[in-house]
Design a protein around this ligand. Structure first.
Ligand code: CUA
Length: 378
């Protein structure tokens, strides 16, 4: 075998190995719950149906261009003993018109289904759709159902087979508690729909729909600060009957009352929540119709995750979170217990670190009591 041939064979081997590696990586992410190439609803299916033919066209064009480049490079390469300059030409009108018109024509053809799909997906699905207000906060998602007057967080429950019309906002005064959030988020559930930015001062809309019951993973897809990567959420699709059951359960009052009729805390744990640690500054514990600065916790125990989907809702996780949330996800919350905060104060404060003068640190027992109280709030 000549040296040149063996080098060629080695190159082919490397290329095959690289391709195998890429394909293996692809098969690994197939079922990661965030694969836009595994559409699970009509909107994502439409995007997929547009993507595949365009991908095929792109692959054909790519193969043609790369092969032409390689063939020309090999055919006209320097040859020993033939040391002459190639013939100098100045433009070839026919060729230049050809390689201008052909791509323009191709793009024009691709534009037809692309523009049609964009308009199709942007359509208001009409009054039969379920309306959900989505608020992107730092760093969690609030979902409210205006018709049912239900506010929840981190997990959006939807009925299968029905369009859900999302009104996407960043928290800039559209909620009941005006705040000054001013960052852009992006709402993305890859298996159900395309990405849509959530912009302060602008109400964007998006339609999603899930064919089958299941959990679809979502993620904030626009850098929005410290915990951007932890700003996850879940869309949980239930059968229409199960969805109705969930909705009416959410409309009920809390399992444990927070306060008596006269406004006093209804028990020792409630006293910790209302007075000692003033969790009620940011959270609502006893009315699932109210939006708040932090997640509404009236029915926290009906959720499977918390902290924007970063942690499964277990007692251990919740105790640790209640006591020292910034140790679990990065937040800018060191001054949050000093009202009114001058500096940036985003996220749960730590109740064992940076405790302001005159305020209490939280004991393990107190954190356990609060967590147990919350875990009863189904
Ligand atoms: Cu919100 Cu990134």
């Amino acid at each position: 075998m000549t040296p040149r041939r063996s080098r060629g064979r080695r190159l082919v081997l490397v290329a095959v190995a690289a391709l195998a590696l890429v394909l293996a990586a692809c098969s690994g992410v197939k079922n990661n719950g965030q694969n836009s190439l595994e559409p699970k609803g009509p909107q994502s299916q439409k995007i997929y149906d547009l993507f595949v033919p365009i991908l095929i066209i792109a692959i054909v064009v790519g193969i043609l261009v790369v092969s032409a480049t390689v063939i020309i490079a090999i055919k006209f390469r320097y040859k020993k003993g033939k040391n002459e300059n190639p013939k100098q030409v100045h433009g070839n009108t026919r060729l230049e018109i050809g390689w201008t018109v052909l791509p323009a024509l191709l793009l024009a053809i691709i534009a037809v289904p692309t523009v049609a799909t964009i308009f199709d997906l942007a359509q208001n699905p009409g009054p039969q759709a379920l309306q959900v207000n989505v608020e992107g906060k730092q760093w969690w998602w609030q979902f409210s159902y205006p018709d049912a007057k239900v506010v929840t967080a981190d997990e959006m429950i939807i009925p299968t087979g029905r369009d859900v019309y999302l009104h996407l906002r960043a928290c800039d005064g559209t909620s009941e508690t005006p705040t000054t959030c001013n960052v852009i988020h992006s709402f993305w559930v890859p298996e159900l729909a395309g990405k849509k930015d959530v912009v302060p001062g602008q109400a964007n809309t998006l339609t999603i729909n899930a064919d089958k019951p299941g959990t679809y993973l979502g993620q904030c897809a626009e850098y929005c600060g410290l915990s951007h990567a932890n700003m996850r959420f879940r869309v949980i699709a239930k059968s229409p009957a199960d969805f109705q059951e969930w909705l009416s359960q959410q409309q009920q009052g809390p399992v444990n009352q927070l306060t008596e009729a006269n406004g006093d805390p209804a028990g020792p744990t409630q006293k910790l929540i209302v007075n000692t640690f003033q969790c009620t500054n940011c959270h609502v514990f006893d009315d699932s119709s109210k939006a708040a600065y932090g997640p509404n916790l009236t029915h926290l125990a009906s959720r499977t995750t918390f902290a924007s989907g970063s942690y499964p809702l277990t007692r251990d996780n919740l105790v640790k979170w209640v006591r020292n949330a910034p140790s679990m996800i990065p937040m800018s919350s060191q001054d949050c217990r000093l009202p009114p905060g001058d500096g940036i104060c985003v996220g749960m404060p730590s109740f064992i670190e940076n405790t302001p003068p005159g305020q209490q640190s939280m004991t393990q027992q107190q954190a356990e009591d609060i967590a147990d109280f919350l875990l009863e709030q189904k």
